[in-house]
Design a protein around this ligand. Structure first.
Ligand code: IVH
Length: 787
């Protein structure tokens, strides 16, 4: 498609590009069958944009480049619909449908007429006008007589054709249909809005209506809208076929999206069969529908029947149960997920929504509760659509009883009692009882046993699921007490529960080899390194590299597990957020008890060493004080605070006068005193200062030699190619143990590159930058010499 000889003129190339892009859009958005790769599409688009910029005379509102959205307007112009946009009467029961069909049979004197049957899309109606195959105007339904001109916005909707495909189109063609927001796009939009603390859309219909009625088309362009055609208005110049279903087929040929679910049905029974079929598919559809529509297929019959007021006699909407209902909030509870995320949910007076009884609806997070201001006792609108969890959409303020209170996230986990913590800038609050919270058990044990943590071979998620479900383990520490007999008994109970007892077991034979292996693997994991152990605890934000940094700098579990969190930030790369998460974890008694139990169970950390003497420089009082996150107290101000005769001790007792004497600006001084007035802060301050001193005392007892001086300290190494004697991971780990930082790409900062077999571009880059290159033998010699 790209290999063509360049056409003579820009105009010809522009025309060609527009055709290629229109075609690609149609294949992608309407047929859902992309013909070219995204990258090729982008290239064509860029070429067209460049040509249109260079040749403004070639600009065209029907060009695919117009879809990004034109400049905003002040208000929408009015559009009078030459043919009124009708609305449909509703049927809620089989009887009403039968009655509708009976009347048509009677009036037209026919039996079992054929109906065009279609989904009833839950969006908003629009009318699109085409002149000589080009989109010229789009309008909302308005009151049916007059709507609003939303042409610029509709141009941004990818499934609205800007030019018609094929040929023999009418000179004037009005197409009517529904603008809607696909469910996935709606969910994704809200997910993003919630994460950003923004305003969420109540439902896809409101999303579509709100997006289309934006005065700035660029906003509409950013919203994921789509379109389905379901009728025609004015048609001039061509005679359309005699059946509605045939007209729809014609629209398909011209490039309009027409629902694949549309079809034909005979008589009332055929209509009802269709209703049930679509009803069964409803939840799985990618868009919301609120019913189905039956239209007499024969257009001559339609004309003969005419309409009463605004509703035609030849069509009816057969509605499904509503997806939104009103009910009352009896309680607001908090669910703890497998990762500790605390999600508020409303407990509701049971209500039927979309054919299902709903008793619970999610409130997503504390911000959402605050935004909606949902309170216990409130009457709310609940929505259930597709396979999405029911959610509270809004409160009905007029029905709020007296004496309600705004809701707040509880401070402690309803399941394990550990603290619930919400970090600054985070939307999600979490239970910090990682090791003890039953809700997190399977997840935390699975992580604990994983290869890069304690590496317990063979202990997979299913096994852990069973061990937890049957009560054999409650925390990672319980693993170390498991015997072969426990595993065998656990398997027996699981088989019994699942009804899967093997014949061999029924016959009294019990295989135990697998259990032997597991107990052995658990035993092997007992001897470990500090970084693996820390990583295995599953502390929020503590991955392998943070665990390694902690291990290198502090050297022992005993040192780390009682450290106030501000001291953790003296380690490069550990910020306040990570340090606080570790602090919260270690403050939970339950977590500390599990650590004790692990050690009592025989877990041994073999690489314990004294803290790095490099810490000395980082434990300067000013650095430590600044790490507490006291408002306005920068490192510079902290240095001022400790410059007096009392040194760091001044921080716990100094008053406003003392601070003034030290020359502290009034604002900094009062922010500091206000912070310190809180007992929790005062406690943290004292503990931090005491711990700093204790650490400094310990460092003073170490001989002057830098115990942390590892052979590769401060060096950055890049591995490339295949090593024959060890895997990349092993090489990385061993190098890191020698103090190196192992990076993924070569830069000026690289100290040396280890090149194995078939080293490629990284080796070339190293040559280019004149960086030292090691072969495998040299690496091996270093590793052998530093076992
Ligand atoms: S036909 C003369 N077909 O339902 C009938 N309408 O109250 C004109 N709708 O405003 C409408 N899906 O927004 C028709 N397949 C469908 C429809 C549909 C949804 C909406 C449309 C209209 C309302 C009828």
């Amino acid at each position: 498609m790209t290999a063509h000889t360049p056409p003579a003129s820009p105009a010809a190339r522009v025309a060609e590009l527009r055709e290629l892009i229109d075609d690609a859009n149609y294949r992608y958005h309407v047929l859902d069958d992309p013909a070219i790769a995204d990258i090729e599409y982008d290239r064509l688009m860029r070429e067209l944009e460049a040509l249109e910029t260079a040749h403004p005379e070639l600009a065209d509102p029907a060009s695919p480049t117009a879809r990004v959205g034109a400049a905003p307007s002040r208000e929408f112009a009015e559009v009078r619909h030459a043919i009124r946009m009708l609305s449909l009467a509703n049927a809620f029961s089989d009887e009403e449908v039968a009655e509708f069909v009976r009347r048509i049979e009677e009036q037209l004197d026919i039996r079992e007429p054929s109906f065009a049957v279609e989904p009833k899309f839950d969006g908003l109606a629009i009318s699109l006008r085409y002149e000589d195959g080009r989109f010229v105007q789009g309008a909302t339904r308005g009151d049916g007589e007059t709507g609003e001109d939303v042409t610029a916005n509709l141009r941004t909707v990818k499934t609205v054709p800007l030019r018609l495909r094929g040929d023999d189109w009418p000179h004037v063609l009005e197409v009517r249909g529904e603008i809607y927001m696909p469910r996935a796009a709606f969910e994704a939009w809200n997910e993003k809005a919630r994460a950003a603390g923004g305003k969420v859309l109540a439902n896809p219909r409101n999303g579509a209506a709100g997006s289309l009625r934006q005065l700035d088309p660029r906003i509409t362009a950013a919203r994921p809208l789509a379109f389905y055609a379901y009728a025609v208005g004015v048609v001039e110049g061509v005679d359309l076929p005699p059946l509605h279903s045939q007209v729809m087929q014609r629209l398909r040929d011209w490039g309009f999206p027409v629902a694949e679910l549309a079809g034909t049905a005979r008589g009332a029974q055929g209509c009802l069969d269709y209703y049930r079929r679509i009803g069964a598919e409803r939840d799985a559809l990618p868009f919301d529908i609120d019913g189905v529509v039956y239209k007499l297929d024969d257009l001559a019959g339609q004309r003969e029947l005419g309409s009463v007021g605004r509703t035609p006699r030849w069509a009816i909407a057969h509605k499904f149960p509503a997806q939104e209902q009103q009910t009352r909030v009896e309680a607001i509870i908090v669910n703890i997920g497998r990762t500790g995320a605390a999600t508020p949910a409303a407990v509701l007076v049971p209500v039927h929504v979309g054919g299902v009884t709903v008793t619970n609806a999610t409130l997503h997070n504390a911000d959402q509760v605050a935004r909606l201001d949902v309170r216990i006792g409130d009457t709310v609108i609940v929505r259930r659509a597709g396979d999405v969890i029911p959610e509270v959409v809004r409160v009905v303020p007029e029905l709020r009883p007296d004496g309600t209170q705004p809701w707040g996230m509880p401070t402690h986990c309803p399941i394990c009692g550990s603290e619930i913590v919400r970090e600054e800038g985070e939307v999600v609050a979490r239970c910090s009882g990682e090791l003890v919270c039953p809700a997190q058990r399977v997840q935390s044990i699975f992580h604990f046993a994983s290869r890069r943590a304690m590496d317990i071979e063979g202990l997979g998620e299913r096994l852990i699921d069973d061990l937890v479900a049957l009560g054999f383990v409650k925390s990672p520490a319980d693993l170390y007490a498991l015997t072969v007999a426990d595993f065998v008994e656990m398997r027996r109970q699981a088989d019994e529960r699942d009804g899967t007892t093997p014949e061999s077991v029924k016959a009294g034979k019990v295989a135990t080899k697998w259990a032997d292996n597991l107990v052995e693997a658990i035993d092997r994991s007992r001897v470990t390194t500090l970084d693996r152990f820390l990583h295995a605890l599953g502390i929020e934000h503590v991955g392998e590299s943070t665990a390694k940094a902690l291990a290198t700098w502090f050297g022992s579990l005993e040192c780390i597990r009682h450290l106030p969190w501000p001291l953790l930030t003296v380690v490069p790369d550990i910020g306040g957020e990570v340090a606080r998460a570790i602090g919260h974890f270690l403050e939970q008694e339950g977590n500390q008890r599990v650590i004790d139990a692990l050690l009592a169970g025989g877990v041994r950390i073999e690489d314990t060493h004294a803290p790095s003497t490099k810490l000395r420089a980082r434990l300067a009082p000013a650095i430590v004080l600044a790490a507490l996150g006291i408002p306005k107290l920068t490192e510079k101000r902290a240095a001022q605070l400790v410059a007096g005769p009392d040194g760091a001790a001044a921080a716990t007792s100094i008053d406003a006068e003392g601070l003034a004497t030290l020359g502290m600006p009034e604002a900094v001084a009062s922010a500091f005193l206000e912070w310190r007035a809180q007992p929790a802060h005062r406690g943290l301050l004292k503990r931090t200062l005491v711990a700093t001193q204790a650490l400094l005392d310990e460092l003073a007892t170490l001989d002057g030699g830098d115990n942390s001086c590892l052979p590769l300290d401060g060096r950055t190494v890049v591995l490339t190619g295949t090593l024959s004697s060890l895997s990349r991971d092993e090489a990385k780990e061993r190098l890191e143990r020698l103090g190196a930082k192992v990076a993924g790409s070569v830069s000026k900062k690289t100290s040396f590159v280890v090149a194995g077999e078939e080293a490629g571009s990284k080796l070339a880059k190293a040559h280019e930058l004149g960086i030292e290159i090691w072969d495998e033998a040299r690496l091996q010699a270093l590793l052998d010499g530093n076992r």
